[in-house]
Design a protein around this ligand. Sequence first.
Ligand SMILES: Nc1ncnc2c1ncn2[C@@H]1O[C@H](COP(=O)(O)OP(=O)(O)O)[C@@H](O)[C@H]1O
Ligand SMILES: [Mg+2]
Length: 496
Amino acid sequence: MDQSHDLEVLLRSRTPIIVIETHDEARILETLQSMAIRASADAYLPLFRWTVTDGLQRLDIALEPQTINAEPTDALRHIRAVTKPGIYVLLDFHPFLDDPVHVRLLKDICMQYREVPRQIVLLSHEVKLPDELEAYGARFDMALPSETERQAIVERLANEWANENPGAQVRVDPRAHAMLVHNLAGLTYRDTERLARNAIFVDGVIDKSDLPDVMQAKYELLNRSGTLHFEYDTARFSDVGGMDRLKSWLSQRRPVFRGERDTAHLDAPKGILLTGVQGCGKSLAAKATAGVFGVPLLRLDFGALYDKYHGETERKLRESLKTADVMAPCVLWIDEIEKGLAGRGGETGTTQRVLGTFLTWMAEKQRPVFVVATANDITSLPPELVRKGRFDEIFFVDLPRLRVRASILAIHLSNRGQSLSNFDIEALAGAMKGFSGAEIEQAVVSALYAAHAAGLALSTELILEEVTQTRPLSVVMRERIEALRQWADGRTVPSD
Ligand SMILES: Nc1ncnc2c1ncn2[C@@H]1O[C@H](COP(=O)(O)OP(=O)(O)O)[C@@H](O)[C@H]1O
Ligand SMILES: [Mg+2]
């Protein structure tokens, strides 16, 4: 691992405080121990470890812990009094950095570094260095395991499994194996190993069935902000009636998005915006996109981003986008994006910065994250979001035409175990003029209840009865829909 080389360089750079944020404490300690940094030609630098439970302990030669120094203040006073050079690795010292006495003691140690080079390594999952110490510190960024290293981890675990199961070999589907190594990207050594172990040890097989579990576990490790949701039920194209143009647009881009052969000269698809009449399947189509691309679906809740603390909102957004990058390839679905961006009154500053953060990420992203945003009220969206070039395309999802109503009806009847030959689909689709997909589905659902209550089988007549009792939104909101269509004309492409 050439990381140990980088760490060694940093240790030798005569920086008094080195900050390492990691969940992989054991690996860093191992690396430090294996380095054996020389203080001079004939002496190594002693290496100490401190924990609040055990106090100080010398690691380069095996010595018992000095529990007398378990108190953080005592430990720092002790280090300050030492007159020999040394490296002190303080594990989980971060909660004690709030204490001004500790800050001053650390500063004393740093200021005397020229005379006595005692180097402090702060090793925690998270460290916020106090301003007073910022000038003395440097951060060491843990690199994550590379493709080759992940390959080696999977191989090692497969061998381990074979050793524990004499006479057996791990059965490997080569495509799934490659995907597994690929999907483990973005995790620490420890987590990579844990997830790979789960995948292999459950059945001694590496195949396609391991991949969804790995993605889900990975997502759970990454998502700490809670504004990103892993959607388990993606939809299929066959669940969506109509939208033929959208479907063929996505199908054409599927191989490019998946990085399949002979697509290198084509631009990677970035994302689409779906807008239009409420209840006509925008959210459904967004879910189906993940199904078509065959990748996980992450939903970003723009509304939940807003935080009363200054700067927190953008931090949460950046963290969510980073998680999406690490989860790539994936579809990032932002449902009803206008709710997170439009008309938040006094918070316009925050809204502007959220939009800026999002657009910058969209423009610069290198990873295969395909964005599907939906909007019911596109007229309230900031113009910079709908400007040409932001999304690959803006699709307008209108009320379904006759043929599409028939197919939506067929989908929902079949979904509920009905045989299509029992119905006059054409007559029903004709009677449902002006109905949205959601209203078509609702008519089927209500008719099924009526049939059940009357002890009858569902029939064309029962559905027709529901239809005559429905006042579709297209009637109630005629003017609004007209306004949407006018806005969409020339700015968007019809989805159908
Ligand atoms: N084109 C469609 N094909 C199949 N079902 C649809 C369609 N449009 C709407 N539906 C049904 O109505 C439900 C609500 O639609 P939704 O996708 O939430 O609409 P929107 O996001 O455009 O408001 C869907 O879950 C689906 O069951
Ligand atoms: Mg919706």
